[in-house]
Design a protein around this ligand. Structure first.
Ligand SMILES: Nc1ncnc2c1ncn2[C@@H]1O[C@H](COP(=O)(O)OP(=O)(O)OP(=O)(O)O)[C@@H](O)[C@H]1O
Ligand SMILES: [Mg+2]
Length: 335
């Protein structure tokens, strides 16, 4: 059975106007998130990943950030047209967010138990005492003993703080969880635990997730689909199979080639050559990757490529893809 779409981002454009420049952060992003699935959102720094998910919660600082075009539907409702009270109800209830730094979300002068209880109280009709009891249970679910509910954030380690944030985010059983590099600040062993936990919680509460990460290994372990962003656009999206084995975009190929291969020490990682895109350019008249692309031809400099549908699950934004002579190095299943 086809899964229901819980979040739809259609042709989203976001820009930031500062005193002396205009930054084109998001330039026409389309993305559908289905019930209970996890999409990995990858791409180099400045690609517009954070801006995209902040837009969903309308958390862009209204000055200078502005959504200039597009539509965002959460369970069919247009976020961009919601009143303040509708927005308030959506945040936490339907959509929750986990940031890279747990202290962004935690209140340093409130016990963690009270913070989780507060999240529960906002969205469930229970007494204070009941909410605190539930908060303790929630703490235990994320692997922290319930008796620590009376402690303050600074009494916990980084990994524990991030678990508390996850407990708060999950406490209201959101339909959608937006996680922006939730484990980047943690050391590697704790990273795996926290990700496992998020995945487990998402499954238990039937939460769909967008997971922003720089780590393709994390994507392979945690996500069903992967979206690759470059210069404010999703340039390739598909299942793990599509993107990892049938790589179609030269930038995705570059991302993979720039990774060290731990199983083969003779393999030299090759960073993507050339200059990163200029954020003050919207690249509406040419491909943003053309200057770094080993396959670029004249036409890549003349118009921006459209979305090309390769299969039910796989999309690429590259005009060269279907041409003879175009050949991506990656993948074993190319025809
Ligand atoms: N508040 C802001 N004011 C001005 N420019 C901004 C602001 N926030 C983001 N930008 C710019 O928008 C572009 C996209 O930024 P964004 O943070 O979405 O990228 P990202 O893909 O999340 O990068 P990273 O991987 O480093 O987190 C960048 O050029 C960034 O400098
Ligand atoms: Mg970011």
């Amino acid at each position: 059975m086809e899964k229901k779409t819980v979040l739809q981002i259609k042709d989203l454009h976001v820009r930031f106007d500062t005193d002396d420049s205009r930054v084109y952060a998001v330039n026409g992003v389309n993305l559908d998130l289905r019930e209970q699935e996890t999409i990995g959102l990858v791409g180099e720094t400045g690609a517009g990943k954070t801006t995209t998910v902040l837009s969903v919660l309308r958390l862009l600082a209204s000055n200078p950030g502005a959504i200039t075009e597009g539509e965002i539907l959460v369970n069919g409702k247009n976020v961009l047209k919601m009143s303040d009270s509708e927005l308030e109800a959506m945040r936490g209830n339907e959509v929750a967010m986990v940031f890279q730094d747990p202290m962004t979300s935690l209140n340093p002068v409130m016990t963690v138990g009270d913070q989780i209880a507060e999240a529960i109280e906002i969205h469930e009709k229970v007494s204070k005492a009941q909410a605190f009891k539930l908060a303790k249970k929630m703490l235990e679910t994320v692997g922290i003993p319930g008796y620590r509910a009376g402690d303050y954030p600074h009494q916990f380690s980084g990994g524990m703080k991030q678990r508390v944030v996850i407990a708060i985010a999950i406490a209201c059983h959101p339909k959608i969880l937006l996680a922006d590099e939730p484990t980047t600040a943690l050391d590697v062993t704790i990273q795996a635990q926290v990700l496992d936990l998020m995945k487990k919680m998402a499954e238990e509460f039937k939460t769909a997730m967008i997971l922003i990460t720089h780590d393709l290994g994390i994507v392979a372990e945690t996500c069903e689909r992967v979206a690759v962003m470059y210069a404010g656009r999703i340039v390739e999206i598909g299942t793990l199979e599509d993107v990892f084995n049938r790589t179609a975009h030269p930038y995705t190929e570059g991302l993979f080639n720039s990774l060290p291969d731990l199983s083969d020490r003779s393999h030299e990682p090759k960073p993507i050559k050339g200059l990163v895109p200029d954020p003050t350019d919207s690249y509406s008249d040419r491909c943003a990757f053309a200057n770094r692309c080993p396959y670029a031809v004249e036409q890549c400099w003349q118009k921006h490529p459209e979305e090309i549908i390769l299969s039910d699950t796989h999309m690429v934004m590259c005009d060269r893809y279907q041409e003879k002579g175009f050949h991506i190095e990656r993948g074993t299943e190319h025809e």
